[in-house]
Design a binder for this molecule. Structure first.
Ligand code: F6R
Length: 261
């Protein structure tokens, strides 16, 4: 696991955008995995800027969301498909038909989850998956005790996650849906490169448990320890509870040129 400690969310965004730009430049049919929430927003802003400057294109790319709320109308502003279009994909040249997400409005949610797995597989798999982390250690919406072998399915959000996300629903926790469809942990681990962004003091505890704690379903993000190519980009407040920070800085500061990105 590569740990990159940065001075600001903007620096984190630049590093994540560099990794995405490399995928876009090197793959004829790049497949991106997109997270929603606050953490990736500076990265999306940076990618939009680079697109406007003519530095990158998503014309041949496809993009898959990590998760979706159950029961929100498709045009609800906080439905994740609407959110990602507003904050990212409508502002770049990704073809609208190349944006995929679980169908949280389906009458057959189990069928929608299974069909989402098939869509990801049919794309050839995700080249780079962006991730955020919940204050309880979730990735996607795989809450604590989620099976480390889980696939895309329906999950129930914890009260803590609903309270965290109330800021997107006019601070009304009751307005945050209880249920979601989320890529499973095993689904996420199939992406070829995982890039986790975490900024701010509220992420210090889950980040320390993810990187330096035991592998456990109580901290779903600790499953990243099983993946051979993970980049964790964190600012100083999010890095505050780590013990091996000097080592992480040393390793990143002297990263040899031959080492893959
Ligand atoms: C969003 C997602 C979640 C968020 C996490 C952190 O698609 O899957 O795991 O990444 O809840 O959210 P923020 O970035 O808002 O702190």
């Amino acid at each position: 696991m590569e740990i990159v400690i940065v001075d600001s969310p903007e620096e984190a965004a630049n590093i994540a955008a560099d990794a995405i730009e490399r995928v876009l430049a090197t793959s004829p049919r790049p497949v991106l995995g997109l997270a929603t929430g606050s953490s990736p927003l500076p990265t999306y802003r940076e990618l939009i800027e680079r697109h406007r400057r003519g530095q990158l294109s998503l014309a041949t790319a496809s993009a898959f969301l990590l998760d979706e709320y159950v029961g929100l109308p498709a045009d609800h502003p906080e439905a994740y498909r609407t959110f990602i279009r507003r904050h990212f994909t409508d502002q770049v040249d990704l073809p609208p038909t190349a944006l995929f997400g679980p169908d949280g409005a389906s009458d057959d949610l189990a069928g929608a989850a299974a069909s989402y797995e098939r869509q990801i597989a049919a794309s050839g798999g995700i080249d780079l998956q962006l991730l955020g982390i919940g204050s309880d250690g979730h990735i996607g919406f795989n809450e604590p005790t989620s099976s480390l072998g889980s696939r895309t399915r329906i999950k129930t959000l914890t009260d803590a996650t609903r309270a965290d996300n109330a800021r997107f629903f006019a601070d009304d926790t009751d307005a945050v849906p209880r249920h979601v469809i989320t890529q499973g942990i095993a689904t996420i681990l199939e992406a070829r490169h995982l890039v986790l962004i975490a900024t701010g003091a509220s992420k210090a505890a889950p980040i320390a448990l993810t990187i330096e704690g035991p592998l456990t379903a109580m901290v779903p993000a600790s499953a990243l320890q099983l993946h051979p190519h993970v980049t964790v980009i964190i600012d100083e407040p999010a890095a505050a509870a780590l013990t091996l920070t000097d080592y992480y800085r040393e390793a990143y500061g002297h990263k040899p040129g031959w080492q893959r990105h």
